[in-house]
Design a protein around this ligand. Structure first.
Ligand SMILES: Cc1cc2nc3c(=O)[nH]c(=O)nc-3n(C[C@H](O)[C@H](O)[C@H](O)COP(=O)(O)OP(=O)(O)OC[C@H]3O[C@@H](n4cnc5c(N)ncnc54)[C@H](O)[C@@H]3O)c2cc1C
Length: 234
């Protein structure tokens, strides 16, 4: 990197990475340039997905294609960054596979090619990867779309659904399925003695009341899933 240019490399283009890029280009870099006008900055975002995934909407989106339309669940990254020109920002569709901190380089795979990208500052926002692509992107968003479509086909036929996990995602998913499919028996397995065990107890009680009394979900506590037979799993 030239001493006058500072390259900021961001890995992972979803919740954290997209916000980091906007914040850098709209706020941090203009402030730094005011302090030192001779210095220039450039941001590169490396991510395999072409679209931003509003994963918070997944429990609703898995019900059917209209409950939360794909146009709201996925938004093109190119659109999100169209306001920045190439001197400020570059979007690379690829996967970061290794990091050499001493050389300040990241190896990125794009299709069949592998290349090194140098950085002065590095932001790693690659998130976590859940087993199911319903909750997190698995590289490109196509697997997430496929998993949602599979739910749209299978859920209306299901007589019973078991949701494992009594945290926010499990509670919301069980509630959405039970509300949309009242004739389906929905069971929520919570690994703790109460659902939403990270929030105050009154909220847990309200959530469980709603699940049991309004949408008729059976809630079973202190159960941990460790064997899963081959079936449709979310
Ligand atoms: C159903 C659901 C509901 C939620 N509700 C809330 C809520 O109400 N409030 C809240 O605060 N949080 C909520 N969360 C959690 C929140 O979505 C996550 O904390 C957040 O998405 C984490 O952001 P991130 O950028 O770290 O990771 P992600 O959003 O998962 O993004 C990771 C990005 O990195 C990319 N990536 C992965 N590996 C690589 C690689 N090797 N190279 C390059 N790119 C890579 C991925 O493709 C993706 O673009 C919810 C999560 C779910 C699933």
């Amino acid at each position: 990197m030239s001493s006058n240019n500072h390259e900021i490399l961001v890995l992972g283009g979803n919740m954290g990475g997209v916000n980091a890029v906007h914040n850098l280009l709209r706020s941090t870099i203009p402030t730094l340039k005011r302090l030192n006008p001779s210095k220039s900055y450039h941001v590169t975002l490396v991510t395999p997905n072409t679209d931003f995934f509003y994963k918070i909407g997944s429990p609703r989106a898995l019900i059917n294609a209209t409950a939360l339309p794909y146009s709201k669940l996925f938004r093109p990254l190119s659109e999100a960054f169209s306001q920045y020109d190439a001197s400020q920002f570059t979007l690379v569709h690829g996967v970061a596979s290794s990091l050499d901190a001493s050389m300040r380089t990241v190896t990125v795979t794009t299709g069949t090619e592998e290349k090194q990208i140098q950085y002065d500052s590095l932001i790693i926002s690659t998130g976590t990867t859940s087993k199911s692509p319903l909750w997190t992107l698995h590289n490109d968003q196509s697997l997430t779309t496929k998993a949602l479509e599979s739910m749209h086909t299978e859920l209306p036929k299901a007589k019973t659904v078991v949701v494992a996990g009594g945290g926010a995602v499990g509670v919301e998913t069980a509630g959405e399925i039970a509300a949309a499919h009242p004739s389906c028996k929905v069971t929520l397995l919570s690994g703790s003695h109460r659902v939403l065990d990270r929030v105050k107890e009154a909220t847990s009680i309200r959530a469980q009341d709603y699940l049991e009394k309004v949408v008729h979900v059976e809630v079973v506590h202190n159960v941990r899933v460790d064997i899963r037979e081959k079936s449709t799993s979310i």
